[in-house]
Design a binder for this molecule. Sequence first.
Ligand code: T3D
Length: 266
Amino acid sequence: MSDALILSHTHHAVLTLTLNRPKALNSFTTAMHVELLAALNQAASDASVRCVVLTGAGRGFCAGQDLADPAAAPNLDGGPATDLGALIDRYYRPLVQRLRNMPVPVVAAVNGVAAGAGANVALNCDLVIAAQSANFIQAFSKIGLIPDAGGSWLLPRLVGRARALGLAMLGDKLPAEQAQQMGLIWQCVPDAELAAQAQALAERLAGLPTRALAATRQVMDACGEMNMDQALVAEATLQGQLGSAHDYLEGVGAFMQKRAPVFTDR
Ligand code: T3D
């Protein structure tokens, strides 16, 4: 068994990163944050990686912040309060920004419970595929906090205000199947099929024009804050860039020549 907090494995241009603190349901310590961000940065600069899968070791995906990590734990002895804002600025904000700006698609393969920031880290990935026995918990309210790791922005956009508030205020377990039905995640699959289906999905994404996929995420995120006229301008700007890139020539050329395209842009 490896001591690494993040396990990595590459197969067919798909890099799988596995959160590896199974005894604590892969909850985030500062050390795990550092390793995960380094692994994502490395993947972003490695042209051979065309899709990233994020998953968890053992029976959980991620239980959010490790509540026992000295860097984050409340001072139960009445000493100075822990500065959670600083913790978020230093670790969660860069992680979410990294995920949402990866040059390639990112798939979350949610193998078990995803709670607190663990749920929102998964939801920040481009496509979320979850095992049937997995569940999502906005656990924050149970410990007197608000959804973080982008949850307050994401949840209403994904499922609407009423459901977002219900999930966040009640902090109930949301089974993967229901998460799929309400549009919180892309797909729920039988437990035994999760790894294979996540790999197949990631390989499919890896074979697509990944630069355009990353730009699709970028424009969809940006357009959420724009009116239609602004969105049309944003689309034209990005499309202008993509239209002069290799993958567009390759995609159209392959279509005309009735052959499979080989996309390489990032
Ligand atoms: O620092 C800050 O607070 C700011 C940042 C906040 C971001 C956040 O993520 S806040 C939310 C933090 N997460 C939680 O509140 C979730 C806490 N965990 C749970 O509610 C439950 O563990 C689960 C519902 C996720 C799973 O329940 P269950 O019954 O399947 O497992 P369990 O028995 O509770 O947990 C198994 C082990 O993992 C257990 O250790 P043990 O007793 O076997 O040695 C448990 O203590 C440990 N564990 C689970 N979650 C955490 C954890 N250890 C540290 N931190 C955790 N978050």
